[in-house]
Write a protein that binds this ligand. Structure first.
Ligand SMILES: Nc1ncnc2c1ncn2[C@@H]1O[C@H](COP(=O)(O)OP(=O)(O)OP(=O)(O)O)[C@@H](O)[C@H]1O
Ligand SMILES: O=P(O)(O)OC[C@H]1O[C@](O)(CO)[C@@H](O)[C@@H]1O
Ligand SMILES: [Mg+2]
Length: 358
């Protein structure tokens, strides 16, 4: 058996642990393992794949990033090609992906990625590719699973950052706003905000009003609390105004952001409270994975190989109620898991008096 592994979408802590577990489990079965670089991009080059060996995966469980490189602008069905005049045209390179893998003798692919990668995996499987998916994204927005690899680490990093920001907020009697990642889902904001005792948490699932935030700041003052910590998801949206969109690059999903800067300006000008904003950004995606992310990543990687061994293709390996399961990739492709607004975590935030902006 010859398999190939690729990592697609934004990188996330734990990717290397999946690569190591899948490679070792496959090599132990006497299989051959190829690594694709930068998603599927290496398949269009004269070095389409590299052989993964015990040496190439040694000691990488604890390493951030991905030794294979990631790609979040390389959709093979609409591949952006730069023209001489600076404009882009889009080519369908999906047949190149399928035929190149066949030429390399690859019988199955382990595709590690988020919602976008699983959408691609599903479309490639319709062209005959045998794929097993592994759920990765710090955003935790893949349906059909409790958690995705990278989410726990991102929440830990965000929680620690908010803790640190809280002590300086207190020293200066300021409102501090922390913008965290998560695209159109508020998982990181809600979990890290709750864990770090934020006063206000704004998530895309609950559109907010400025009045609600100002009311909370006023209430804190009345209680003798001179500082405030506001955690805002990059995808947060105003009840009247929608998302904060920073821009869009060719071949990429839209970039969100700007909610924290907006809030800083409005709080300063409308309440007079000294305010600062911080964007945590990509540090939430970088560095060493948490113990939990290492473990689920190793379990996902080895399970993907067991699925291939059993011929159980076009499945996504997931963690559901702390059990490994396999679900059809078709069931998650093109879907999106947001925070249920009636979840016990939301109710807990409300019970603790946290303002959710509504
Ligand atoms: N293996 C791949 N090769 C090339 N491009 C890919 C690959 N996987 C995903 N992409 C591109 O990256 C985009 C994002 O992928 P995905 O949703 O899986 O990642 P993510 O972890 O949710 O991060 P992101 O915030 O970038 O969406 C996809 O829409 C797709 O265009
Ligand atoms: O790496 P880029 O292109 O800045 O993408 C940022 C996006 O990727 C993620 O980090 C992971 O999906 C999102 O939280 C964020 O919106
Ligand atoms: Mg995504």
């Amino acid at each position: 058996m010859k398999i190939a592994i690729n990592t697609g979408g934004g990188d996330a802590p734990g990717l290397n642990a999946v690569i190591r577990a899948a490679t070792k489990a496959a090599l132990n079965r006497g299989w051959e393992v190829l690594g694709l670089r930068n998603g599927y991009a290496s398949l269009y080059t004269d070095k389409p794949a590299t052989r993964l060996t015990p040496d190439s995966v040694r000691g990488i469980t604890m390493q951030g990033g991905t030794i294979l490189g990631a790609a979040n602008r390389g959709n093979p069905f609409e591949f952006p090609v730069l023209q001489a005049d600076g404009s882009y045209t889009y080519e369908d390179r999906s047949d190149v992906v399928v035929s190149k893998l066949a030429e390399l003798g690859v019988e199955a692919v382990v595709a590690i990625g988020g919602d976008g990668s699983m959408h691609l995996a599903h479309r490639l499987s319709e062209k005959g590719l045998k794929i097993v998916g592994v759920p990765k994204t710090i955003d935790n927005d893949l349906v059909g699973c409790d958690t995705t690899l990278g989410f726990d680490t991102a929440c830990t990093i965000a929680t620690e950052a908010i803790d640190r920001i809280t002590t300086t907020a207190e020293s200066h009697q300021r409102a501090m706003i922390v913008e965290v990642m998560g695209r159109y889902a508020g998982w990181i904001a809600l979990h890290a905000g709750l864990a770090s005792s934020a006063d206000v948490i704004l998530i895309p699932e609950i559109p907010f009003t400025l009045e609600s935030v100002f009311k909370k700041l006023e209430q804190l003052k009345k209680q003798g609390k001179e500082h405030a910590v506001i955690v805002v998801a990059e995808g947060a949206q105003l009840k009247e105004g929608g998302h904060f969109i920073k821009g869009k690059q060719v071949g990429q999903a839209e970039l969100l952001g700007g909610a924290a800067a907006f809030l800083e300006k409005e709080i300063m000008s409308q309440t007079g409270q000294e305010t600062r904003s911080v964007i945590l950004g990509h540090q939430q995606r970088g560095g060493r994975p948490s113990t939990y992310d290492r473990l689920i990543s190793l379990r996902f990687g080895a399970e993907a190989i067991r699925a291939i061994e059993e011929g159980d293709f076009n499945k996504l390996v997931v963690m559901k109620e702390n059990q490994l399961r396999r679900i059809p990739i078709a069931d998650v492709a093109g879907k999106f898991k947001t925070v249920p607004t009636d979840s016990d975590t939301i109710m807990t935030a409300r019970d603790l008096g946290i303002c959710l902006g509504d």
